[in-house]
Design a protein around this ligand. Structure first.
Ligand code: GNR
Ligand code: NI
Length: 172
């Protein structure tokens, strides 16, 4: 297992639409292992493959707070089957938008279908933080970031800050 570098805004790679996985094989499983280790090391609760530069429709998540009780989830080719008309608001963050947080409204519940680590078809009814996280991760598969839901002004302020942070990190 390897900890990979997480790509941060602004970066066009994050805007790519990820491609469906044809078969969950060794390569995909190794990718999921790397993604999980990368996510844990960054203290995140979810990670999409594109965040480490791989445009495949693969997500790993662990919304469990207790670090001693790891409950990893692997979602390949997830599809939302149904979502709630009822919305809920969460303060969201993103490992690709470091240290920036904002409230986002999303459907409160959603049902999804996906392939698991073994490539088996699964169905999941998600609510609360799990539903929010799944939708946040599935947005990554479409090249969408949570800051895209903010006002133009808020979004541009965040992108500006991140650009500055990036340029100030260039060491000649
Ligand atoms: O670690 C993360 N926390 C989080 C909090 C609220 C809503 C969504 C998230 S996902 C984020 C990790 C991440 O960037 N996944 O793509
Ligand atoms: Ni994210």
């Amino acid at each position: 297992m390897t900890i990979k570098t997480i790509i941060t805004e602004p970066n066009k790679i994050l805007r790519q639409v990820s491609k469906p996985v044809e078969k969950v094989g060794k390569e995909e499983q190794q990718l999921m292992d790397d993604m999980l280790e990368t996510m844990y090391s960054a203290n995140g609760i979810g990670l999409a493959a594109i965040q480490i530069g791989v445009p495949k429709r693969i997500i790993v998540m662990d919304i469990n707070q207790d670090k001693n009780k790891k409950k990893p989830m692997y979602l390949v080719n997830p599809v939302i089957k149904n979502k709630d008309n009822l919305k809920s608001t969460y303060e969201e963050g993103c490992l690709s938008v470091p240290n920036q947080f904002a409230e986002v409204d999303r459907p409160k519940n959603c049902d999804i279908e996906y392939l698991d680590y073994e490539g088996e078809k699964k169905f999941l009814k998600a609510e609360g933080l799990l539903a929010t996280c799944i939708q946040h991760e599935m947005d990554h598969l479409e090249g969408i970031l949570f800051i895209d839901y903010l006002s133009k002004l808020k979004k541009s302020m965040i992108v500006k800050k991140l650009s500055k942070m990036k340029s100030s990190r260039i060491v000649v």
